[in-house]
Design a protein around this ligand. Sequence first.
Ligand code: G6P
Length: 369
Amino acid sequence: EAIEKGGYEHFMLKEINEQPRSIADCMRGRLDAQAGRLIVGGLRDYINKFQNADRIIIIACGTSWHAGLVAEYLFEEFARIPVEVEYASEFRYRNPVINEGDFVIAISQSGETADTLAAIELAKSKGATIFGVCNVVGSSIARATHAGSYTHAGPEIGVASTKAFTAQISVLTMMALMLGYQRGTLAESKYMQLLNELEAIPAKVEKALESNAQIEYIASQYKDARNFLYLGRGYNFPVALEGALKLKEISYIHAEGYPAAEMKHGPIALIDEEMPVVFIATKDSSYEKIVSNIQEVKARKGKIIAVVTEGDTSVKSMADHVIEIPATHEALVPLLSVIPLQLLSYHIAVMRGCNVDQPRNLAKSVTVE
Ligand code: G6P
């Protein structure tokens, strides 16, 4: 087992650190920015259905559902097709409206999640086209779908998903760009710019990982907190949910993720000097808005940990701690902003003596209802 961990203390830490490579593996053979080429091979036979879909329905559970939320922003922004993101467990029991013109994307690391599998069967029986985004080759979901693309992240052993999440987002981003370009809703110049930015992501993830020692220090300051709040807007809203889920799963600290603007409708009541608030406040179209959310938390003496874009000064002057990540196009930020959150939850869990790779009550794949 020590050999399998490749010198790391835990699989989770190994898998977090593998991300520059796993994301590159996911894009290999699909993306060539210089040649202006992007091909998600699995879509080949279904590209017409995809392009002409009335609606995209995404079904998933857990972390994969968070990747689905990121995809909602991507598909709507670039391809202008309406998207619904559904918890597989709710979808399957709700008598949902599904039509033949719906293109369903099922996302699953293991490809074995019972709820997701049942939701696929339901959508299939109503005539929808189902596309799988799975990590495990030959898994049940990969076999049950009409077509699909593998994430190629390699085996993920840690129960808390890390590299599978960024690989899922990578595939979904490539699908959204390809779709937008082919539908003519994404202009060629912007498409080219995004291909270049996407190709630069693995190196930027490597850079984001360099904050590890600083994040370990921050973890030591907050490891005894009883609650955490994670806030983000736009593309960073699903990342806030994912950051909170990671902390809950492995450190057993209660954490909530929220869209930052929703804070005023409830969570703001929780804020006092005991409450660490993690803001994902990268330089993007909602930057000014999130800066004012940070001010609101500061005025109530909350402790502020902020993930910011390299070189940021405004947030730095307000936050108790800032963690920098490289700049990229705002649609690609989740691939970078989730990295410090994975590391933060990891270090807090280790310091609390938790079983990081096999947290209590959780299973890597949930094959029962
Ligand atoms: C379990 C795992 C989570 C995972 C979820 C969905 O709850 O503990 O890490 O996100 O299942 O799994 P899937 O394999 O379908 O992505």
